[in-house]
Ligand binder design. Sequence first.
Ligand code: ATP
Ligand code: MG
Length: 139
Amino acid sequence: MNERTLCIIKPDAVGKNLAGKILAHIQEAGLRPVALRMLRLTQAQAEGFYAVHRERPFFADLVRFMTSGPVIAAVLEGEDAIQRYRKLMGATDPGKAEAGTLRKLYAASTQSNAVHGSDAPETARVEVAYFFSSIDQVG
Ligand code: ATP
Ligand code: MG
């Protein structure tokens, strides 16, 4: 099924000038960016985005990390884009990520793990709309 999913290149990766390499990797894997923007999240925006993790012990650190510098958000389109992009990202903990995945290649730790990807169709819908209106998305 043709799907759209939300990708975020997190502050650690943007800060290390890895955004170009990460986008190239995504495109070489056959996922097509249909919307793209750079922004710096406010605390409220980061808290809202990761609201499902509100009760987790790492929440405050996660919000601090996600607001520590600019991020690049993109909508990726393709056949089974949600699961394909999750597989391309690799495990949350880069130490457990498969060889060749974005997190294995570019992530420093479980928190500073370079990229975000929506995990299911409903979250993809909500997360894409969190960053982009329909008019921002090509096609
Ligand atoms: P994301 O939602 O960012 O794509 P994910 O789905 O692989 O990542 P989640 O369990 O949703 O992982 O956690 C969201 C983010 O919170 C992680 O990507 C990471 O940045 C941070 N995080 C998760 N678990 C921990 C932890 N144990 N310690 C520190 N940070 C964590
Ligand atoms: Mg997640």
